[in-house]
Ligand binder design. Structure first.
Ligand SMILES: [Zn+2]
Length: 113
């Protein structure tokens, strides 16, 4: 079994709708979206997936320089972002194993099903 791991970075603003009982102040993060896609076989070029194709797809998905609370109809916690990205990526890459959304360099959420 092989696994392709791709990371893309994006910067975005958000606030949590309720944190310790009240909405947070708006602030930003430099997020990293890390994607793990399994592959049992290699293609004719002896690779799993075209890394650049995966990267381009992820770039079309990430909300770079966006205000997440306006962009999405869900509360933009790291958990909800991870589930959202998982669902979207799974449609194109059914062998998706998990996504990891890093909100800071020390804090991340993994989501898989
Ligand atoms: Zn935050």
């Amino acid at each position: 079994m092989y696994k392709l791991i791709v990371k893309v970075e994006f910067s975005a603003a958000h606030f949590l709708r309720s944190y310790k009982g009240k909405p947070e102040e708006i602030h930003g993060h430099n997020y990293v979206l890390e994607v793990h896609i399994k592959s049992e076989n290699l293609n004719d070029e002896e690779i799993t997936y075209d890394f650049l194709e995966v990267k381009e797809f992820l770039k079309s998905l990430i909300p770079d320089r966006k205000f997440l609370n306006e962009l999405y109809n869900f509360n933009p916690t790291c958990e909800n972002l991870a589930r959202y990205f998982y669902k979207e990526i799974k449609k194109k890459y059914p062998n998706l194993e998990k996504v990891v959304v890093w909100e800071t360099k020390n804090f991340a959420i993994e989501y898989w099903e």
